[in-house]
Design a protein. Structure first.
Ligand code: AP5
Length: 215
């Protein structure tokens, strides 16, 4: 399947993407994970992105498009992809449309995951993430804790709270989402690709997607 996952920070895009990858071999492409990996590795990209991310601001469109243009042409995308956290602005959506047209790729849908704000705030303050940039498994101290506290079930690395998980950065990320990313819901509706799912259950999102793509 070839999907865009839309939704506010904490809506569960990453969690849903990880469940969907198990269905048909589609790969999860999370711009947030790519950027956090670059910050951890101290690359040029990471140095350019770090301050934006810590403050809860978006990284400039040109940097993101550079990453995605390369990433979407890697061989593992041939089986399908789940875009998690991209596009995030109208210019990114326009650039993606041109890129996909150039590569001859059609999207199945843009799935908008709609979760109430109070649920999101609770989830973001209780989320924990694997510190290993090659793993980045997602946990939640309430709904999905690791088996051994502070240790990743999958790779054994420390499980930590992200740098942008402060109250101030969370507030900024939600404001940025409402201003810059929420308009994409209307954009993809106009493109005839929008599929909205209002639920707090990741399984409900997965089932709705399965129906949509005929799995
Ligand atoms: P990014 O990593 O994309 O963060 P985000 O969009 O803020 O999304 P999150 O990862 O916070 O949330 P999610 O929806 O994936 O939720 P999750 O599944 O983890 O981006 C980080 C930063 O990178 C940005 O702020 C920006 O600076 C930069 N960036 C990235 N992409 C960019 C772009 N395209 N352009 C410009 N800048 C970009 O779930 C959250 C928690 O809830 C977890 O603890 C999880 O276990 C729990 N949970 C999830 N679902 C459920 C459920 N159904 N029931 C109970 N708990 C649940």
């Amino acid at each position: 399947m070839r999907l865009i996952l839309l939704g506010a920070p904490g809506a569960g895009k990453g969690t849903v993407a990880k469940l969907l990858t198990k269905l048909d071999g589609s790969v999860q492409i999370s711009t947030g994970d790519i950027l956090r990996g670059a910050v951890q590795a101290g690359t040029d990209l990471g140095k350019q992105a770090e301050a934006f991310m810590k403050a809860g601001d978006l990284v400039p469109d040109a940097l993101i498009m550079g990453i995605m243009e390369q990433r979407l042409q890697e061989p593992d995308c041939a089986n399908g992809f789940l875009l998690d956290g991209f596009p995030r602005t109208i210019p990114q959506a326009e650039a993606l449309k041109s890129l996909l047209a150039r590569l001859g790729i059609e999207l199945d849908a843009a799935v908008s995951i709609d979760v109430p704000r109070e649920v999101i705030l609770d989830r973001l303050t209780t989320r924990r993430t694997c510190s290993n940039s090659a793993c980045q498994a997602i946990y939640n101290v309430k709904s999905n804790p690791p088996k051994v506290e502070g240790v990743c079930d999958k790779c054994g690395s420390p499980v930590i709270q992200r740098d942008d998980e402060t109250e101030e950065a969370i507030g900024k990320r939600l404001d940025t989402y409402n201003e810059k990313t929420a308009p994409l819901v209307g954009y993809y509706d106009d493109e005839g690709l929008l599929m909205s799912v209002a639920t707090i259950s990741s399984d409900d999102v997965v089932n709705a997607v399965k129906q949509k793509v005929g799995l």
